[in-house]
Design a protein around this ligand. Structure first.
Ligand code: TYD
Length: 153
């Protein structure tokens, strides 16, 4: 099973959408392996958004991410990284397809509800960045047969 990182951004916290977004991942059939609220630092965000450091909006995006605490989640499932990324939708909420999280809840490129890891390599690095090993729980789902066929898992 794959694990992936999701951050519920400050806009999601402020708009009272945390429960709704978490509910989407639960309903999809992903297992919540870890979750916490964190007030991120500029230093951590510089690392997290290092791929954007040459962009004009780098500082703006980092500042927006530390206007209030965020909720950091680790979701697990078969091909969870791709599945969650597709559930998030295109970066710009105005271009994201209806039915995706950003497509349903966002009108903005920056205030776009969630961050989701974009590849297995990124997911591994990001999970280590935001979680201690002891904060990720490997409890079994007692009814896994309701989520997957025997030969899928
Ligand atoms: P990026 O990693 O390109 O997108 P994604 O979150 O879909 O993986 O960008 C990170 C965040 O930076 C993005 O969620 C919102 C913000 N951003 C802007 O504000 N303006 C932009 O033009 C882009 C590309 C991103």
């Amino acid at each position: 099973m794959e694990k992936t990182l999701v951050i519920l951004k400050p806009c999601t916290v402020q708009r009272g959408l945390m429960g709704e977004i978490i509910n989407r991942f639960e309903r999809k059939g992903l297992r919540l392996a870890g979750m916490k609220m964190v007030w991120l630092s500029d230093e951590t965000l510089s690392e997290h958004y290092a791929h954007l450091k040459e962009k004009s909006f780098f500082q703006r995006v980092k500042d927006a991410m530390r206007t209030c605490p965020v909720v950091i989640c680790c979701w697990e499932g078969l091909e969870a990284i791709r599945v969650v990324r597709e559930m998030a939708g295109k970066t710009n909420g105005r271009n994201a397809a209806p039915g995706t999280i950003r497509g349903d809840y966002s009108m903005s490129v920056q205030e776009n509800i969630v961050h989701a890891s974009d590849s297995p390599e990124t997911a591994e690095i990001e999970l280590k960045r935001f979680f201690d090993e002891s904060e990720i729980y490997d409890y079994p789902l007692n009814n896994l047969w309701s989520f997957y066929a025997n030969d899928e898992i």
